[in-house]
Every structure is written in structure tokens, then in C-alpha cells.
Design a protein around this ligand. Structure first.
Ligand SMILES: *Cc1c(COP(=O)(O)O)cnc(C)c1O
Length: 481
């Protein structure tokens, strides 16, 4: 019997990996979680340490997707993780900076893919998995999404040209960087449709939710999502924690089994949750640093054990915009683990959240102890600190980092331990956020060859209204059947 998935909010069994791959929320509103966490033995860790990235990806992902054959996953991983797509043979190379307070400090490069942000790491594999499962089932899928910049472009570059998938992506008019706009709107593939909305990201997201809430419409037009709660994305992101760990052990002359720490620029809590999954499987991660910006809901939780998401009025627009999130959708999965899989207790907390706007785990002795033992620590970084880190890393190590990675560096520096490697996840390249790099360094961000003229390519985007009825008829007109 293959690994089964269940909901965080009830005992409902949702099926195997391929069953949950194309689904969003569970029928009870919860998220899919594996019924048991796959484990990696010391022997397997040794066996995996010399593998190439696609080989490693196949082994890790197969642990969570054993209703597909290993050979099939191996083939899909080989197609997803190529040097051509990621501009690096290592796919996620370690880039050592220096030693600070006795701790080797390094970047783990996750942003060498087509859209210059770490979202490509999961989305390229998701594109392969979608195509495989849809083709087998003789089905098509219409993906309706909303983006503030990075997720939408990563999804579009992963799904472009795939015959069983069509993408309708809503983006907020005038709220993305010029580079982000050009990256998405310059795509000319027939299966990619960009629709811009006069409003904020939240307005776009609300439109997607309104369409998805019409279950009959959703079923008739086979509407799917690729948002950050997709479990396959979480799974694919687990891989680079293993890859980063092995490279750190080898580069710094440590032994397998020695501890490594990671610092993770966080928004929706998907990336750091993947790190926690890797740790739960047995990867020797000592600490996972949850780095936030001025939108510090997660930092507040780890300080007080009170979770109090905020509305859009209380969400600041910052210079690390992909972390401007005040309701971390994957956080539910972490809390579920901290409650030892008690779906009833979790459902109660989320009911409390809905009625009072917050909940506390401070008086929950077992959850409290589990959170302490989970290795997650947190901090926040401001605009001024972000600029200072960009300038400092450039001056000390001759390396330009993007504003999100700068938040990761800032908070990592609060948690350095003598002798223990600290890997900061590089979640985007600086070229994507040129305005802030110019402000920090007084010069433009470096740009990969081939992208020099991105902003002057012809763009294809349709401006639509916030009216949900009109959106539905537009989808009905253009959807794959
Ligand atoms: C999406 C994103 C983040 C936040 O990642 P989560 O998985 O949502 O926590 C951080 N930095 C960049 C550049 C991103 O695109």
C-alpha cells in the first residue's frame, strides 16, 4: 500500500500522492499531510551523499510519491533539473562566503532557474508531474492563480507549452517590479494567459477564491491551483536541504551526521516547512532560522506562541515584497505536527482563529515542548538593515545578494554557532529587484546574459475588472475541455 495522505483537520484519508497532486484544500478545509513521515537511515544518508541533484530528487520525492514508480520519478526529475534550465550542473550550488563568529557562512543558490527565484526549484518538477499524471488519466487542467510576482512567473515558465495544461494568471496592475512584469507578460505561448487586475494581490487572490468556491464551476472547467499549499511543491523543496547539507559536509570537511543550520527568508512558510520535513526525515539539521521582514507574524509566534495573522491594512509594503505575507498558509502543517497529528485539536484552534483572530499555544505543555525541540528559531529585519546587509556582503565578499536573501543573512547572524555551518537560502537573484540594489549599492544589479533586453520584448496581457462573473465567463470561453 502506498503512502497515504490525510487532512490536518479531520481523520479523512485523501489518497496517495497522485490523488492529492491536483487538489487544493481537503474537503474539510484542511491541508494534506502524509499519514507517517518517511525516514532516512544513516546508511541511506551515506548512499545519497554522492548523488547528482536529479538522482537525489528522485530518491527524496519517491519517498512521498510511492504510487508512481521510481523509474518514472527518476525520468521526470532528470527532465526537470537540467543544467540548461538551471544554469548550473549542481542545480543548487553551495556558495561559501566566509567565517563569522567561528561559523562558516554560505549561500545555498536556489535561484538560477528561468525566473530567478527559488519557486522554480519546485515548479519545474510540478510541471513534469502534472503532465505525467494528466496524460495517464487522459485529463486536462485549467490552472487559475494569483501572483504578487514570483509564483506566477515560475508557474508559467514550468507549464508553458504543456498540452494538457492551461494557465490563467491574475496579477495586480502596477504592483510588480518592471522585471517581474516583463518576465510574465513577454511569454507568447498559447497556453499561458496573463490577466491584470486593477487592485492588490489580495484582490486577485479573493477572485480566485470566489471562483474556486463555486464547486460546480470548478468541476465543470477542471480548475486547479499551483499555490504554495500544494504538497508536491513542499516535497520538491525538501530535496535542496539534502543537497545543501551534503555540499556543506563535503566543503567544510565535516562528517555525515554533523549538524548544519539553515536560514530561510519566509512568507507563506512553505520553504521553511520543507526544511522541517527534511529534519523530521532524519537529516541532521540543528536549527531552521525563520527570517521575516517588517511583516513579522511568524517571528511574533516564535517569541510569544501566539499566532495572530493580520489583514491587508496591517500588511506593510516592503523592499522584500515576496515576504509581505501576514497569513502564512503552510503554518497549519507545522502546528499539526506540533500537536502530534491531533486533527481535532487543530480544527479547534482554527475555529478559534476564525472567531477571535488569534490562538495561543503558550498554555499547551506538549505543543510548547515540541516547538522548543523542533529547532525553529526566528527574527526580523528592516529596510535599513536589508540595505546594510546588501552593502556589507558586497564589500566583504564581493557578492551581490537580493533583498530577501539579505533578510536571511541578517537573521542568520543572530544565530551563528562556533564551528557549525550556517546556510542562507538564496531565494531570488538581485536582478529581479534592481530598484533596491541601486539604492543599497548605488549601481545596478548584475544581470544574467540573455536577459539584458527583457523589458523591451513585446508583452501580451489583458486588463480585466474585479468582477467575478466576468472572470468566470472569460475562463469558460478559453478553458481546455
Ligand atoms: C516566495 C518567496 C519567499 C517566501 O517563501 P515561502 O515559501 O512563501 O515562505 C521568499 N523570498 C522570495 C524571493 C520568494 O519568491
Amino acid at each position: 500500500m502506498s503512502l497515504q495522505y490525510r487532512s490536518t483537520r479531520s481523520e479523512t484519508v485523501l489518497g496517495g500522492f497522485t490523488d492529492i497532486l491536483l487538489e487544493g484544500l481537503a474537503p474539510d478545509g484542511g491541508l494534506a499531510m502524509p499519514a507517517s513521515m518517511p525516514q532516512v537511515s544513516a546508511q541511506e544518508l551515506a548512499d545519497w551523499s554522492g548523488l547528482s541533484y536529479p538522482q537525489l530528487a528522485a530518491r527524496v520525492i519517491h519517498r512521498f510519491a510511492d504510487d508512481l514508480s521510481f523509474q518514472d520519478i527518476e525520468r521526470l526529475a532528470a527532465a526537470a533539473y537540467t543544467e540548461q534550465t538551471f544554469h548550473s550542473r549542481a542545480i543548487a550550488p553551495l556558495s561559501p562566503l566566509g567565517v563569522e563568529q567561528g561559523a562558516p557562512l554560505a549561500l545555498l543558490e536556489l535561484s538560477n532557474g528561468p525566473t530567478l527565484a527559488f519557486k522554480d526549484m519546485a515548479m519545474q518538477m510540478l510541471g513534469q508531474l502534472f503532465e505525467e499524471v494528466l496524460t495517464r488519466r487522459g485529463q486536462t487542467l485549467n490552472i487559475l492563480g494569483a501572483t504578487s510576482g514570483d509564483t506566477g512567473s515560475a508557474a508559467e515558465y514550468a507549464m508553458r507549452g504543456k498540452s494538457a495544461v492551461k494557465v490563467f494568471m491574475l496579477s495586480p496592475q502596477g504592483r510588480m517590479s518592471e522585471f517581474q512584469r516583463a518576465q510574465m507578460y513577454s511569454l507568447q505561448d498559447a497556453n499561458i494567459q496573463n490577466w491584470s487586475v486593477p487592485g492588490s494581490f489580495d484582490d486577485c487572490q479573493d477572485m480566485v477564491k470566489a471562483v474556486s468556491a463555486d464547486l460546480a464551476f470548478k468541476a465543470q472547467y477542471r480548475i486547479g491551483t499551483v499555490n504554495s499549499i500544494n504538497w508536491a511543491r513542499i516535497t520538491a523543496q525538501v530535496v535542496y536541504y539534502f543537497a545543501g547539507y551534503f555540499q556543506a559536509i563535503s566543503h567544510y570537511g565535516r562528517r555525515l551526521g554533523d549538524a548544519v543550520a539553515f536560514s530561510v527568508p519566509s512568507g507563506n512558510f512553505g520553504n521553511v516547512l520543507s526544511g522541517f520535513v527534511a529534519k523530521s526525515m532524519g537529516l541532521p539539521i540543528s536549527r531552521l532560522v525563520v527570517a521575516t521582514n517588517e511583516n513579522n507574524v511568524l517571528h511574533e509566534f516564535f517569541q510569544t506562541l501566539v499566532y495572530r495573522p493580520r489583514g491587508s491594512a496591517e500588511t506593510f509594503v516592503t523592499s522584500s515584497p515576496s515576504m509581505d505575507i501576514s497569513k502564512a498558509s503552510n503554518f497549519e502543517r507545522y502546528v499539526f505536527q506540533m500537536l502530534d497529528g491531533d486533527a481535532k485539536a487543530l480544527a479547534q484552534l482554527w475555529q478559534q482563529l476564525a472567531s477571535t483572530g488569534q490562538f495561543s499555544l503558550a498554555d499547551h505543555p506538549t505543543a510548547r515542548a515540541r516547538i522548543q525541540a523542533s529547532g525553529l528559531v526566528s527574527g526580523q529585519s528592516s529596510h535599513a538593515q536589508r540595505l546594510a546587509a546588501i552593502a556589507d556582503i558586497d564589500a566583504r565578499y564581493g557578492r551581490v545578494i537580493d533583498p530577501h536573501t539579505a533578510d536571511g543573512v541578517n537573521v542568520a547572524r543572530q544565530f551563528l554557532r562556533d564551528g557549525e555551518p550556517m546556510l542562507v537560502l538564496e531565494t531570488a537573484l538581485p536582478a529581479k529587484f534592481g530598484e533596491t540594489i541601486q539604492e543599497a549599492l548605488g549601481r545596478p544589479a548584475p544581470r544574467r546574459a540573455g536577459l539584458e533586453n527583457l523589458e523591451s520584448l513585446p508583452q501580451r496581457v489583458v486588463s480585466i475588472t474585479q468582477e467575478v462573473g466576468a472572470l468566470k465567463s472569460r475562463i469558460a470561453d478559453q478553458a481546455l475541455v
